[in-house]
Design a protein around this ligand. Structure first.
Ligand code: KIV
Ligand code: ZN
Length: 544
């Protein structure tokens, strides 16, 4: 058995379908580019049958990330996968979306547990087997790389699984992905399930990859996936920060860093450049507005912080007393002083390039202006500050309403009042003043008066990026429209709960808060436009 574990990232499919994680097409493309840089083997780019917009996002990723850049034909590019329910129409949509990639993959699934077959599919075992044979063969007729998942495998009868998987192999599947869809199994059970599948599935051979796909309902996703890998699985389906349905999916960073840190235990390799982990974690958190809990393994703000005196004493004597990984292994730059007030454009370009951002001249002009503005207010500028500036300037959603000016009066002497100036979609400037219970409430009320979207603010997080009184503040928000965006979206809302996230960074936290709120509202308005267009086409919605 080989010792390479393929990393299949499903942040853009299983991750994106979790409540509030929706990203715009441009954000998905940017995440896909960064996943390729991270070195993932397979990117599941989406569910093309969900909507024309989802199909288009997958198609762009297939073309732009799934092919080597011109002149670098030998460069490694990831496989681009799309998910299809077990019907020919879904498979056709996936194929249409991914066929432009150098290495396309069709991923199809059908439930095999009694509870799913009886209540959801209303199919018996024979019908399920027939459908799997038919759809996998149909997919294999289009694409040489086909993955099949027996949904809810964790609660399926193993004997029935062997039969279904054997038929999937015969019909042309080359990867068999075993999902613990509802996060129900324990590591011993899941490891035994994988071992049983490898041993008992008819037609199993070296060309078949067994994959693990686990959910975190009982907090066991990583442990279960590792047990499956120990039992012989050589693909792990994961998401950045573990985002995904309900309690989430197995997180990429936990699997990869366990295999690396405990290499003597597993003896397995991945192709991941672990120094990219911290950066992509922030990117996904910013785009989705889903803050990473501070104590989250590997990527939480406290993952490498040592607070207790006894720990700090140990760390000063020898860092391995309390640290099993080095922060730099996952790309956490320790408030590194990189640039200051007198640094020039060239130094900024060079540092950004080292950090993986290659900007064109116009983008560099914008970044330099933001950098100079910050350097006037903050003495030392670290990599973390630069990441926040870049995310704020270039990775925010398309500006429908853009902040043009903000003035806030607050304190103990009067009513908190905000006057806001926004540039609207028509290019016109809109100004409004509001009072509120505090400066942020006043600012958001003033924005609401102009943008006129009925939303509930579900979550508001603010934190300082670096230490010190002059630190850059970063704000993430999550909002939910009070009315469904359209008829079609009302159905999506039942499936996912439609929540929009936004991110903003500035040395003034009220400005950062306004930017974050506007980013979320801009996403909502974009989604509304797309939903209206989709409703006109009477497109099917994803409920699988
Ligand atoms: O959790 C699950 O069962 C899935 C499948 C579609 C692979 O996400
Ligand atoms: Zn899943």
């Amino acid at each position: 058995m080989n010792n390479y574990v393929k990393i299949f990232d499903t942040t853009l499919r299983d991750g994106e379908q979790s409540p509030g994680a929706s990203m715009t097409s441009a954000e998905k493309l940017e995440v896909a580019r960064n996943l390729a840089r991270l070195g993932v083997d397979i990117i599941e780019a989406g569910f093309p049958a969900a909507s024309p917009d989802d199909l288009e996002a997958v198609r762009r990723i297939a073309l732009e990330v799934g092919n080597p850049p011109r002149g670098q034909e030998q460069a490694k590019v990831p496989v681009i996968a799309g998910l299809a329910r077990a019907n020919k129409a879904d498979v056709d949509k996936v194929w249409e979306a991914i066929k432009g990639a150098a290495h396309p993959r069709i991923h199809t699934f059908l439930a095999t547990s009694e509870i799913h077959m009886k209540h959801k599919l209303k199919m018996d075992r024979e019908q399920v087997v027939e459908r799997v044979k038919e759809v996998v063969a149909y997919a294999a007729g289009k694409c040489p790389d086909v993955e099949f998942s027996p949904e809810d495998a964790g609660r399926s009868d193993p004997e029935f699984l062997y039969l279904v998987l054997g038929e999937a192999i015969k019909a042309g599947a080359t990867t068999l992905n075993i999902p613990d869809t509802v996060g129900y199994t324990t590591p011993d059970e899941f490891g035994a399930l994988i071992a049983g599948i490898i041993k008992n599935t008819p037609g199993m051979h070296d060309g078949i990859t067994i994959s693990v796909h686990t959910h975190d309902d009982l907090g066991l996703a990583t442990a279960n996936a590792l047990a499956g890998i120990k039992a012989g699985a050589r693909q792990a389906e994961v998401t950045i920060n573990g985002i995904g349905e309900r309690a989430g999916n197995t997180s990429l960073e936990e699997i990869v860093m366990t295999l690396k840190t405990r290499h003597p235990v597993f003896g397995l390799e991945t192709g991941i450049d672990t120094t990219q982990i911290s950066r992509i974690s922030k990117l996904v958190s910013n785009y989705t507005g889903m803050a990473v809990q501070p104590n989250k393994a590997i990527v939480g703000a406290n993952a490498f912080a040592h607070e207790a005196g006894i720990h700090q004493d140990g760390m000063l004597k020898h860092n391995q007393t309390y640290e099993i990984m080095r922060p730099e292994d996952v790309g956490v730059s320790q408030s590194r002083l990189v640039l200051g007030k007198h640094s020039g454009r060239h130094a900024l370009r060079a540092r950004l390039a080292e950090m993986g951002h290659s900007l064109d001249e116009a983008e560099l002009d914008k970044a330099f202006a933001r950098f100079k503005d910050l350097a006037d207010r903050k003495k030392v500028i670290t990599d973390l500050d630069l990441e926040a500036l870049i995310a704020d300037e270039f990775y925010r959603p398309r500006d429908i309403y853009a902040l043009d000016g903000l003035q806030v009066a607050c304190g103990t002497m009067g009513l908190p009042t905000a006057t806001i100036r926004l540039r609207g979609p028509d290019g016109k400037i809109h100004t409004h003043a509001s009072i509120g219970t505090g400066p942020i409430d006043a600012t958001y009320k003033a924005i609401d008066s102009i943008v006129k979207q009925a939303v509930t603010l579900l979550e508001f997080n603010v934190h300082a990026i670096t230490e010190g009184i002059d630190a850059l503040g970063e704000v993430t928000v999550r909002i939910q429209p009070r009315d469904p965006l359209s008829k079609i979206d009302a159905q999506r809302e039942i499936a996912y709960g439609r929540v929009f996230g936004g991110h903003g960074a500035d040395s003034d936290i009220i400005v950062a808060s306004a930017k974050a709120y506007l980013a979320a509202l801009n996403k909502l308005i974009t989604a509304q436009t797309e939903a209206d267009a989709a409703a006109k086409q009477d497109y099917g919605v994803m409920l699988g």
